[in-house]
Design a protein around this ligand. Structure first.
Ligand code: GLN
Length: 286
C-alpha cells in the first residue's frame, strides 16, 4: 500500500493514465488528494514524503475508484471553478467549461453602465454569475427549464453573495415577461443527437437536455436566434456559444433574422466558439 503523498500520487496517476491523457492524470490525482486533505498544490509538493493516515488513504481511494468508473471530477468534488468563481455542480447541471469563459469575456466587453442582461439555460449559473460579479451595475435575469438546475444556480448566487441576479423557470423565452434586454447570452445545447461523444467521458454524466439539440445540433440555437429580437432593445447584443463547426451556420441564422455586426470569436483552444451580433439600432432599423 503506498503511504507517502508522493507514492499515492504516482500510483493514482498510473491508474488514471489508462483513461485520460498523462498530464490530466497527474492533475486529477493531485486534485483528489488536495480535496481529501484540504490543502493546496504547494502543500503537496512541500510534503511529498509525509505519510498519509489510513483514514486519508481510505477516503482518497474511494474518490479515485469513482473517477476510474468515469464519474467526472466536478461531480466527485461537487464543484468547479469558472471565471474565478467556485461553483457548486451536480448531475442536474452542465459542468462549466473553460471554453465558455470566451463568452463571458465577450459579454463583459459589451457592458456599459446599468444594463439588463439575460442568460438563457443558466445551469450552474456560471455565465450569469460571472457577469454579475464583474459588472455589478448590471441587472441579470437567468432562466433555465430545469427546476433542479435553477436551485443549484440560486445556491451559487447566495454563496457568492451576488444579489444582482434573478432566477426564473423558463424554457428559453417562454415564461419571460415582456421586458427587453441589452444583452442576451447563452451556452445552449448544441451537440448533434447522434454524436458518439455523448456516450464518452464526462458527457455521459451530464444532463442530455444541456448537451444535445436535434439532428444538426442547431435546434435550440435556431429558436433562440429567431425569438431573441422580441426581447432585445435596439442596439442590444446576442452572444451564443456553439460547436467548433457551427460558426457558419450560426452566422447564417443571425443574418436571416436581420442581425448586424455579426462576428465569431475563438475559444482558448483556437476553435470558433462564440458568435455575436447586434440588433439594429433605431437609426439603422427602418
Ligand atoms: N462544449 C461542450 C462539449 O462539447 C458542450 C456544451 C454544450 O452543448 N453547450 O463537451
Amino acid at each position: 500500500m503506498p503511504n507517502t503523498v508522493q507514492q499515492w500520487l504516482q500510483t493514482a496517476r498510473q491508474q488514471l493514465a489508462q483513461f485520460v491523457p498523462p498530464d490530466e492524470a497527474s492533475m486529477e490525482a493531485q486534485i483528489l488528494l488536495m480535496h481529501v486533505l484540504n490543502v493546496n498544490r504547494a502543500w503537496l509538493i512541500a510534503h511529498a514524503t509525509d505519510n498519509l493516515t489510513d483514514m486519508s488513504i481510505t477516503k482518497v481511494e474511494s474518490l479515485l475508484q469513482r473517477r476510474l468508473q468515469g464519474e467526472p471530477v466536478a461531480h466527485i468534488l461537487g464543484s468547479r471553478e469558472f471565471f474565478g468563481l467556485a461553483l457548486k455542480v451536480t448531475p442536474d447541471t452542465l459542468i462549466p467549461r473553460p471554453d465558455t469563459e470566451t463568452l463571458v469575456e465577450a459579454a463583459l466587453a459589451k457592458v456599459n453602465g446599468r444594463i439588463r442582461v439575460l442568460d438563457l439555460g443558466t445551469g450552474t449559473g456560471a455565465i450569469a454569475l460571472a457577469i454579475a460579479r464583474h459588472a455589478p451595475a448590471c441587472e441579470v435575469v437567468a432562466v433555465d427549464a430545469s427546476a433542479s438546475a435553477l436551485a443549484v444556480a440560486a445556491e451559487n448566487a447566495a454563496t457568492l453573495q451576488l444579489s444582482n441576479v434573478q432566477f426564473l423557470a423558463s424554457n428559453w423565452f417562454a415564461a419571460l415577461p415582456a421586458h427587453k434586454f441589452d444583452l442576451i447570452v447563452s451556452n445552449p445545447p448544441y451537440i448533434e443527437t447522434d454524436d458518439p461523444h455523448l456516450l464518452q467521458g464526462d458527457l455521459r454524466f451530464e444532463p442530455i437536455s444541456a448537451l444535445a439539440s436535434g439532428a444538426d445540433g442547431l435546434q435550440d440555437i435556431r429558436q433562440i436566434v429567431a425569438e431573441a429580437p422580441g426581447y432585445l432593445n435596439a442596439g442590444g447584443w446576442l452572444l451564443l456559444e456553439h460547436g467548433y463547426n457551427q460558426a457558419e451556420a450560426v452566422q447564417q441564422l443571425y443574418h436571416a433574422a436581420r442581425f448586424e455586426q455579426i462576428q465569431t470569436l475563438q475559444d482558448l483552444g483556437g476553435n470558433p466558439r462564440v458568435t455575436l451580433a447586434q440588433w439594429p439600432t433605431a437609426s439603422t432599423h427602418q
